[in-house]
Design a protein around this ligand. Structure first.
Ligand code: SF4
Ligand code: SF4
Length: 213
């Protein structure tokens, strides 16, 4: 079956998601690669914004959107047998990144980090008044208990959106533990050195990202 891969990333090093998905679809699932598109998108990752950085805030740009549109229109032509697939991205990862990648594998997210969401009950408005964390979770990993407080299941994908959007900053996540903070700061420093990644100073107010001037 033909497939194409479309990647939108905020700060990640190009080559992570795209290569992995393409490899699995092509080599393990027997698919036929008919297109690959990559560009930056706003990085809403909570730990980075907690550190004061909002990366790729204005992406995708108009130019990137036009390129994406062009890419989409090309796909029917790529279905022909003559299409030569895009080369894989160069692998630019180092040991630290690989270790971080290992620590955030689905297995750990499910059996360890999903158990490490802490709720500040004094701050939480309870789900009777506010269900924002439940509503924003893309994998429906949060439910309300009998007392009205949110509780986390074990399907977490570590997107951190529940913590970002909580208007009371009542959610503490595993990625805020000191061990992970080291990696977050490492990632941020790496992104800051990359001239291709835009950034603005930002903070979080009532669940919203506020750019600082
Ligand atoms: S979003 Fe925050 S305040 Fe609202 S229910 Fe969830 S934890 Fe409580
Ligand atoms: S981190 Fe993301 S996936 Fe995990 S519970 Fe929160 S919103 Fe859901």
């Amino acid at each position: 079956m033909p497939f194409f891969v479309f990647v939108l990333e905020g700060t990640n090093v190009r080559g992570t998601a795209g290569n992995r998905v393409r490899f699995i679809l092509e080599k393990k699932k027997g698919g036929r690669d008919v297109g690959y598109f990559y560009c930056n998108g706003k990085d809403f990752f909570y730990p980075y914004i907690l550190e004061g950085f909002f990366f790729s805030p204005d992406h995708p740009t108009q130019k990137e959107l036009k390129l994406a549109e062009f890419f989409g229109k090309q796909i029917p032509q790529h279905l022909s047998k003559q299409y030569v697939k895009e080369p894989y991205d160069p692998q630019l990862h180092n040991l630290i990144y690989s270790f971080e990648h290992f620590l955030t594998r689905r297995f750990f997210a499910r059996w360890m980090y999903s158990l490490l969401f802490f709720l500040n009950k004094k701050r939480c408005l309870k789900c009777t008044k506010c269900k924002i964390c439940i509503e924003v979770c893309p994998v429906k990993n949060i439910r309300s208990n009998k007392k009205g407080y949110p509780v986390w299941r074990q399907k977490c994908i570590l997107c951190m959106h529940c913590a970002l959007k909580c208007p009371e900053k009542a959610i503490f996540t595993a990625l805020q533990l000191p061990i992970f903070r080291i990696f977050m700061i490492y990632n941020i420093r790496r992104a800051l050195k990359n001239p291709e990644i835009d950034r603005v100073p930002a903070l979080i107010k009532k669940g919203q990202i506020v750019k600082e001037k």
